[in-house]
Design a protein around this ligand. Structure first.
Ligand SMILES: [Zn+2]
Length: 267
């Protein structure tokens, strides 16, 4: 037994409480080595790099405003309605969507072209919003890129000591993979956000069916192969049956989406 219980207690307190943050999605305390204030700084710093790596913004203010408008509608019913989220549609052919820490969310032209309704767009954005709220992105980044490198990337104006250029780091961010558990939470949390915002939650299932019908060669965030699409459709359908069965007057917004996105992209 330690002769200095005070010290022991402070060490234990440090080990078990510092960096513990309640994940609003799971309600559980999680160890978070990356301070939350750094999320926004990191997102802000790398958002322009990601945009550059992925073809820049689609040069259509109408589409950008629409994506932002739908994104903000989901943010308002999320666990972080006060966090300032930024949404952008990027001119990249891959069918993808991704989030940076601190609320920077991107969706690609390839994804927008494959969606068929406003509710489906809300489903994709909802999934990414959950990754931000649950801080999955910061966690994956600290695990896969390394906490030291990330913190120095945020605090220094220069590229971290010649190890990685900003573009290299952006590539690493694009290659981030979340755990199966994180993906499932993002699917189910996104489904709940959809319904809370008044959209038909079945739109989340439709986006998974779209994935199933595609054969992506390169790995992409939203269409993670784990859990498998079949598995994702299974647990999403079950939650709709349990929580939202028989809900009427839910929006799909097919016509809105066609006018605001599909017609404009094909012009
Ligand atoms: Zn995801």
């Amino acid at each position: 037994m330690s002769k200095r219980p005070g010290l022991l207690i402070s060490v234990l307190f440090f080990l078990f409480c510092t960096g513990c943050v309640t994940n609003p999605i799971t309600g559980k305390d999680e160890l978070m080595l990356f301070p939350e204030e750094q999320d926004i700084a990191l997102g802000k710093k790398y958002a322009p790099e990601i945009e550059k790596e992925m073809g820049g913004r689609i040069p259509d203010a109408g589409i950008q405003n629409y994506v932002d408008y739908i994104g903000q509608r989901i943010v308002r019913v999320s666990h972080k309605p006060d966090l300032e989220f930024h949404f952008a549609a990027l001119d990249d052919e891959s069918v993808n969507a991704l989030a940076l820490p601190g609320g920077y969310i991107f969706i690609t032209r390839g994804m927008l072209e494959n969606l068929r309704s406003e509710a489906q767009l809300a489903a994709i954005l909802g999934h990414e919003i959950v990754h931000v709220v649950a801080r999955d992105v910061s966690n994956a980044m600290s695990n896969q890129i390394g906490i030291q490198l990330l913190l120095s990337a945020v605090t220094s104006d220069k590229t971290p000591s010649g190890v990685l250029t900003a573009a290299d780091l952006a590539q690493q961010i694009l290659g981030l993979r979340f755990s199966r558990k994180d993906e499932k939470e993002a699917d189910l949390g996104g489904l709940d956000y959809l319904a809370a915002a008044g959209y038909d939650p079945y739109a989340m299932v439709e986006t998974m069916q779209m994935l199933q019908n595609r054969n992506e060669t390169r790995p992409i965030e939203f269409f993670s192969t784990h859990p498998s699409p079949e598995n994702r459709i299974g647990y999403l359908t079950q939650r709709i049956q349990n929580r939202y069965f028989g809900h009427a007057d839910l929006e799909t917004g097919k016509e809105n989406y066609r006018k605001a996105v599909l017609d404009r992209l094909s012009n």
